[in-house]
Design a binder for this molecule. Structure first.
Ligand SMILES: CN(C)c1nc(=O)c2c([nH]1)N([C@@H]1O[C@H](COP(=O)(O)OP(=O)(O)O)[C@@H](O)[C@H]1O)CN2C
Length: 182
């Protein structure tokens, strides 16, 4: 008998085809709700570190699309880790640790506020984020951020910031202000 997960999760893949709209580049790969089917999927797909620049993987709870506009994301935000430029070999470990946090509901009472996670392969530096549903819920977001940073074993000096999606959407310059940082 397979070991059921508390939630059903959907894995999405984004490929940066400039000839198509952003939404058309986003594809649902598969959904799963058991530990065995998670590993089956993870072991079957290309490692994040091997993707072309401009590609993303997203893992979101069933029913939540990995985009700002989804009802469950609109008032939310993300904890964003900008990885060091030449640390792509570590990216796969960071991504699988993040996936385990999500499917293992490791945020305790705050797990219901987690929408999903995104890993983004970019020449300017890869990004890893956990999206939560309410940017103004400070206690929940700080607790999730602490667990995220702790589980990834990030050095204390490596700062992660929490950005509201509405700030990211309307960003003017190259950086978005963080609501808070850890
Ligand atoms: C429904 N809809 C259009 C829409 N809905 C979305 O939810 C959404 C977008 N568009 N995104 C678009 O991709 C660009 C790069 O973001 P990036 O996070 O890949 O970052 P980079 O600049 O490629 O590092 C964003 O600037 C935005 O244009 C991003 N995004 C999340």
């Amino acid at each position: 008998k397979k070991h059921p997960l508390q939630n059903k999760w959907a894995l999405w893949f984004f490929k940066n085809d400039k000839t198509k709209s952003w939404k058309d580049n986003l594809r649902l790969v598969t959904s799963f709700d058991t530990v065995e089917d998670f590993w089956g999927t993870y072991n079957h797909i290309q490692a994040a570190s091997k993707l072309q620049s401009g590609c993303d993987y997203s893992l979101f709870k069933e029913g939540i699309e990995p985009m700002w506009e989804d009802e469950r994301n609109r008032q939310g935000g993300r904890w964003l880790l900008n990885t060091q430029k030449n640390s792509r070999q570590d990216l796969d470990r960071l991504w699988v640790e993040t996936l385990m946090l999500l499917i293992g509901e490791q945020f305790g009472e705050y797990s219901d506020s987690v929408c999903g996670a995104v890993v983004q392969i970019r020449t300017k530096g890869d990004k890893l984020a956990i999206w939560t549903s309410n940017a103004s819920d400070q206690d929940t977001n700080l607790s999730i951020g602490r667990k995220f940073k702790e589980r990834l074993g990030l050095p204390r000096k490596l700062v992660i910031g929490y950005q509201a999606h509405e700030d990211t959407m309307s960003k003017t310059g190259s950086t978005t202000k963080s609501v808070f940082s850890l």
